[in-house]
Design a protein around this ligand. Structure first.
Ligand SMILES: [Zn+2]
Length: 465
């Protein structure tokens, strides 16, 4: 499989350190509110990557963290007269509910920052001891960016560009605690009333970037195979993670980097002030979770993606076509009477096209197109196919839609009540006797009972209304 590596800016063969095992870290949310629709994109994209790697027979260790200590969390706790921890636990639960709704598989580990303070202090201490970080007079600890010759390699920024950008900032800083404006906090001294932990530098709490360095090392090792997240995390978050981890560990932090593109709303940048800000929850309440998942797969993950109501509705319709095709397939299997096997080859074609698309840097739009080619073939060929062929088609269909994490809301075929079966039989007899009035009356009665009946070449087909 080829993926586009942000570090080298080219597509490369995605080869793990250990054959058949991928170690992946994806930055998770800061749990101070419901997640917004932009947050859902990396969740779905990298879950799809994980599913595909697993489908290809690999083991995937997938770590995605919970940031449960942060300025926004502290502020929200103070505003609501509760603790930071209570806010964090509440919105962590809401995040997991959305995540489950979107059919994102639970990570192998979902570590919380506040449960890794020991590991964080350990890394900060290593950085201070080796001269890569220094303690400011107020107890903050800053990473010394100039001590890392590789700094800027992911974002392809150089320190001089950063300096000029920061010059203005520096002139406005009345209390300059940093040696250099590009330096960033790995440990922050606690202000009065803030939550804190004991550390060799006094009461304080971790900076944001350091938590991912500590949790990745603890759960995946010093060198991981892939680090992924939204494009907005490249700088400074991921750049800073690399600096801290590589200076502390003395080895490559992540062998590959993947970043998904931005999500716009009605062709504009999503913002609360522009009144085009949507949470996953409010969209899911209106359209369901699955159309959101489908929507995120309609564009290549690196492309910008534009959310509109029309698009989410069209995704809902596309899903409907998939569900109908799959339900028809079940019915065809039950009533199989043909002898044709041409569909088997079509299944092979679809699988080949699907894999070729996914192998090409997770080209999900082409993978969806391969599934829809199969939908067309199933719709045309299933009537004439034999039972084994239809079963192969169903298996292939489930396999490919499953890799994309779709079609997870299939209604289990309800057992049909005896009185319904009796009525269907009575209606068939009435039709045979050309008693159309009676047949129509029974259909109306079935509708009343919540069942629809359609006459097909294989006999009457029942469905729940
Ligand atoms: Zn992170």
């Amino acid at each position: 499989m080829q993926i586009f590596n942000t570090m080298t800016r080219q597509k490369e063969e995605f080869v793990p350190q250990k054959e058949g095992e991928y170690r992946i870290y994806v930055c998770g949310p800061t749990v101070y509110n419901y997640i917004h629709i932009g947050n859902a994109r990396p969740m779905i994209v990298f879950d799809t990557l994980r599913r595909y790697l697993e489908y290809c027979g690999n083991k995937v260790y997938y770590v995605s963290n919970i940031t449960d200590i942060d300025d926004k969390l502290i502020k929200k706790g103070q505003e609501e007269g509760t603790s930071m921890q209570e806010v964090a636990r509440k919105f962590e639960a809401e995040y997991i509910r959305d995540s489950d709704g979107l059919n994102v598989k639970a990570p192998t580990v979902r570590p919380r920052a506040t449960e890794h303070i020991g590991e964080i202090i350990h890394i900060v201490k290593d950085l201070v001891d080796s001269g890569h970080a220094y303690v400011a007079r107020n107890g903050d600890v800053y990473f010394r960016v100039k001590s890392d010759p590789g700094y800027g390699k992911l974002s392809h920024l150089n320190l001089d560009d950063l300096e000029s950008g920061n010059r203005e900032l520096r002139s406005r800083m009345d209390d300059d605690l940093k040696e250099d404006p590009a330096d960033f906090a790995v440990w922050k001294a606690a202000k009065p009333g803030e939550p804190y932990w004991e550390s060799p530098w006094g009461h304080g709490r971790p900076g944001w970037h350091i938590e991912c360095s500590a949790m990745a090392r603890k759960h995946l090792g010093k060198t991981i195979d892939l680090h992924a997240g939204g494009q907005d995390l490249i700088f400074p978050h991921h750049e800073n993670e690399i600096a801290q981890s590589e200076c502390a560990n003395g080895c490559t932090f992540s062998r590959y980097w993947m970043h998904n593109g931005f999500l716009n709303i009605n062709n504009e940048k999503m913002s609360k002030s522009a009144n085009n800000f949507f949470t996953v929850r409010e969209i899911a309440d209106k359209y369901g979770y699955e159309p959101i998942r489908y929507f995120m797969l309609t564009a290549g993950y690196r492309m910008p993606l534009n959310y509109t109501v029309e698009l989410i509705e069209s995704c809902k319709n596309s899903l409907e076509r998939m569900y109908t095709c799959r339900d028809n397939l079940d019915f065809a299997i039950e009533h199989a009477h043909g002898t044709d096997t041409a569909l088997v080859e079509k299944c092979e074609d679809a699988r080949k096209k699907f894999k070729a698309a996914m192998d090409d840097d997770l080209n999900t739009p082409d993978a969806l197109a391969a599934i829809f080619d199969l939908v067309k073939d199933i719709n045309t060929l299933s009537d004439a196919s034999d039972k084994a062929t239809l079963e192969t088609a169903a298996k292939t269909f489930d396999e490919l839609t499953g890799v994309l994490g779709l079609l997870y809301n299939r209604k289990k075929t309800d057992s049909i009540p005896a009185e319904v079966t009796a009525l269907v039989e009575e209606r068939a007899a009435a039709k045979k006797a050309k008693d159309w009035g009676r047949a129509d009356a029974i259909r109306a009665q079935l509708t009343e009972m919540g069942w629809s009946v359609t006459d097909t070449a294989q006999g009457p087909k029942l469905a729940k209304l």
